[in-house]
Write a protein that binds this ligand. Structure first.
Ligand code: ADP
Length: 159
């Protein structure tokens, strides 16, 4: 049983994240999508809301995808859930430096967990949760970028 963990803030989940999950599902038996609680980031959505939106958005993958949340060290959580790898999305060069640092640090902390980078479809390379939150707050149309459950939740937040 090969299990991978996909950590992120997911504030909120977008079609870019879902593209990465789809690719990870094709490579592994199980994908644990884990919401980083990290209150210092002051997320728009609570942890429970982010978990719930992921549950709804990732239904099609059934039991191949498990959703949870974590607080603390990612490599410790990865070990707890029995993951042998961490998956992260790489959209463009600007993602690289931070991701590279984090992957090397995680490898120092736990040499037996490997970080794997997956590239989304080109149509998602410019998408990130911050842009979605900003456009939604200005009442722009974000329906092509996020699943319906997220669209509804953003409408509720911003009226
Ligand atoms: P974090 O705060 O951990 O970066 P995010 O929710 O912003 O949390 O991103 C989680 C992961 O998903 C990261 O690896 C990020 O690069 C990736 N990601 C975010 N948006 C996209 C996208 N549009 N396409 C592919 N990967 C993405």
């Amino acid at each position: 049983m090969r299990r991978v963990i996909y950590p992120g803030t997911f504030d909120p989940v977008t079609y870019g994240h879902i593209d990465i999950v789809r690719r990870a599902v094709a490579l592994f038996d199980e994908v644990v999508v884990t919401v980083a609680i990290n209150p210092s980031k002051k997320p728009l959505f609570t942890t429970d809301e982010r978990v719930e939106m992921l549950r709804e958005s990732l239904k099609e993958f059934d039991s191949k995808v498990i959703i949870d949340s974590f607080d603390g060290l990612l490599v410790e959580h990865a070990k707890q859930v029995g993951a042998t790898a961490i998956v992260r999305g790489l959209r463009q060069i600007s993602d690289f430096e931070f991701e590279f640092q984090m992957a090397l640090m995680n490898r120092k902390l736990s040499g037996d967990i490997t970080t794997i980078f997956l590239m989304p479809h080109e149509r998602y390379t410019y998408l990130n949760s911050t842009v979605i939150r900003n456009v939604a707050s200005l009442h722009g149309d974000i329906s092509n970028f996020v699943p319906p459950v997220v669209h509804e939740a953003l409408k509720k937040k911003f009226g």
